[in-house]
Each structure stands twice: as C-alpha cells, then as structure tokens.
Write a protein that binds this ligand. Sequence first.
Ligand code: 13P
Ligand code: ZN
Length: 264
Amino acid sequence: MTRFSYAHHLEDFKSTASWLARRGWSEAAGGNLSLRLEMPGPLHEDDHIPLPFPMPHLAGKAILLTGSGTRAREIGVNPQPHVGLFKISDDGTSYGWIAGNRKPSMELPPHCAIHNTLAEHRPEDKAILHTHPASLIALCHVQGLDNGKVVSDKILSLQSEARLILPEGIGFVEHELPGSLELGIKSAAQAKKHQLVLWQFHGCLATGETLAHAFDLLEVFEKSARVYWELRTAGIDPAGISKTTIENTLTYFGRLDRYKSTQE
Ligand code: 13P
Ligand code: ZN
C-alpha cells in the first residue's frame, strides 16, 4: 500500500462535485471527474491492466478518477470512498489500482486519452470534468448546431465575456458510445485546442488547471446556452454580438491570437 498522500486533492473533488449536484448537471450517477498527478515509484508487476493504446505522456504518472456509479451529491459530501487512485506504468502502456475506489468510471478511456494529450500539449491543465447539463444537451437537438465552430460562434456571441474566457471556442464530438475508445480518441483530438468539448446528445467535457477551474469554464458556456434558450423561448433567434465587436474585444485583451488559432 502506498504512503503517497493525495488527501488534499480530494477537496477539489468534494467542492466541484457538490456544485455539479447543486446545479442539477450530474443527475443520478451522471458525470465523472479526474486529476492527473505526479507520483513517484513503479507500479507493482502483478497490477498491470492494459491501457487501450500506449500513452507515453502519462508514463509514471497517476490519475485520481471517480468510481463508476458514484453520485456527485455523495462525492460532494465525502469524496474519499468514491475516488480511486490509479498509477500508470513507466512505459505508459498499462495502469493499476493503488488506493480508494477500485471500480473506475466507465469513461476511463476518454479521461486517460485526454490526459495523455493534455500532458503533451497543455501540461498546466491537470483536471477533467464530464457532466450532463440539460441546456447543453438541448443545443445538440437544434438543426445546424452540429459542429464546434457553429456552436462557438452562435452561443459564445450571446454575452460580452464568453468568447474572451473561451477564445478557442468549443470542441465537438458527434455521438459515440459512452465510455468508448472512439469517444476518447476524438475528444483527445479536440482537447488539443479546446478547453471544452461538447459530446453530442450526451453532455460536456471540461478541462482546466483544477476541477474548480474546469467548472468555471463550463459555467460560462452553460450560462451562454441559457441566454440562448431564454431568447428562443421568447421567440427570438439571436444574431449575437457581431464578429467585429468580438474581435475588437479579443484584441483589446490580447487574446485574438488564441481565437484565430482555431479559425482556419
Ligand atoms: P460513470 O458513473 O461510470 O462515471 O458514468 C457516468 C457517465 O456520465 C458516463 O458518461
Ligand atoms: Zn456521461
């Protein structure tokens, strides 16, 4: 058994899960959370479970991940029994359970694939959060809102600061089986550039430096989606803030390059 201490990271799980429950975004056992950690020492040779594909950027690291079937409203009260610690082998091809909850989320393939991408391209982002906000799932049923650029341009133009906080916009993955490797591979590709990825008809995935930070970004997108639904309920299909105004705002705050990097 490890002497490695991860108790302080559980506070991030506790606080974020409690907000997911309060927002009503993670109904029943919906949603899952993970953090990527540095953890010294090798994985015991009897403990190896193969990863779906080699993940060299996770070699020797550890992942804290919520257990399958765990409820946000319970993680938000006492995270310890609901979060498991898993160590990745030194060659990045397998993992093993170390402590806490033994049965990882069914979304382990996407979480690992995305962490592998983040470790390579955005190493400061160590947290991944997946949840099911109704306002975001509903967007996926609107004709035409079936790619990231359209969703980003339409929804993030509805309030002054949304594009400023999310200059790269929203990534998008068409419907895939929950927990599948395809969902993981496609999400990881989107997560190279996008901090948020909409999973069609399923929910959203958010990345950030901490779970609280990932939750912040998701709140901004979700608020914009609610503005959209309030307008639609009033019979208005909003044109949004003009592209020129958005680009001027991004220029003023030095974020135009980040926006442009996803426009080509
Ligand atoms: P888990 O309870 O296995 O994490 O699954 C919840 C979920 O939201 C699957 O997408
Ligand atoms: Zn889900």
